[in-house]
Design a protein around this ligand. Structure first.
Ligand SMILES: C[S@@+](CC[C@H](N)C(=O)[O-])C[C@H]1O[C@@H](n2cnc3c(N)ncnc32)[C@H](O)[C@@H]1O
Length: 225
């Protein structure tokens, strides 16, 4: 994804990163030699963190703003590239703020991510969605008028050294949560505990020579205005 962003930008490009979080990945991985990068998030706390990270980064072409992805307050045809990593989108609004020929690049986590783990816990992110979010996004982009829309499934095997490291990881991420993209609430993001017996059941079925296996299902979408 970062290679694609590099490939489609140059020194005159303006990039918008929606739902940027604390801005860590943007500051580390987005190209330096561009005109402007704006990172947005509706969480005041995330933007506060992002601004602290920005001050430490020494980068000067980046700003962070509190903005809701569903209410994009930018001039029409302003950005050359819009990026949405693991966050909600409104295809029509993104279309409006992109220049003609501009790119939209999405990366997300799909319904069947960590499926076996979610089945053992009896719940999980996007588990109950009728349609995978990747397909919803894909259709929304076509309906908004985007062309060259490509959806790529990204299947990754991740390995954890032991049950404790997997447990700590699951406390920090929203995999074993019931929310979907439609009802995301940042205050529910961090859990305090999980059912350890259920995790043990998963571990007993997924321990390999390389460690405890977790099957991730991400997706990527590229599209042009
Ligand atoms: C899972 S985090 C992803 C952070 C970052 N993009 C990444 O991939 O590392 C989702 C982010 O989207 C933000 N978010 C969720 N819904 C949003 C909305 N409607 N408008 C703006 N930001 C939103 C959250 O505050 C959170 O920072």
């Amino acid at each position: 994804m970062y290679e694609i962003i590099d490939f489609v930008t140059d020194k005159n490009s303006r990039i918008l990163d929606l739902g940027t979080g604390g801005g860590e990945k943007l500051l580390k991985r987005f190209p330096r030699n561009v005109l402007e990068i704006v990172g947005t998030d509706f969480s005041e706390a995330m933007i506060e963190t992002a601004n602290k990270n920005l001050a430490l980064s020494g980068r000067c072409n980046v700003t962070f703003k509190i903005i809701n992805n569903l209410d994009l307050k930018f001039p029409k045809k302003y950005f050359d590239v819009v990026v949405a990593r693991n966050t909600i989108i409104d295809a029509k609004q993104i279309y409006e703020v992109l220049k003609p020929g501009g790119y939209l690049i999405i990366r997300g986590v799909d319904k069947f991510d960590c499926h076996q783990l979610k089945m053992i816990f009896g719940r999980g992110q996007a588990c109950m969605d009728k349609m995978p979010i990747s397909i919803i996004d894909y259709e929304a982009l076509l309906n908004a008028g985007f062309k060259d829309v490509e959806l790529v499934p990204l299947h990754v095997r991740e390995y954890f050294k032991n049950i404790e490291t997997l447990y700590k990881f699951l406390l920090k991420v929203p995999i074993i949560d019931d929310f979907s993209e439609e009802n995301f609430d940042v205050k529910d993001f961090y859990k305090k505990e999980l059912e350890f017996d259920k995790l043990e059941e998963y571990v007993s079925k997924n321990t390999t020579d390389k460690g405890i296996k977790l099957l991730r299902r991400y997706y990527g979408i590229t599209a042009r205005k």
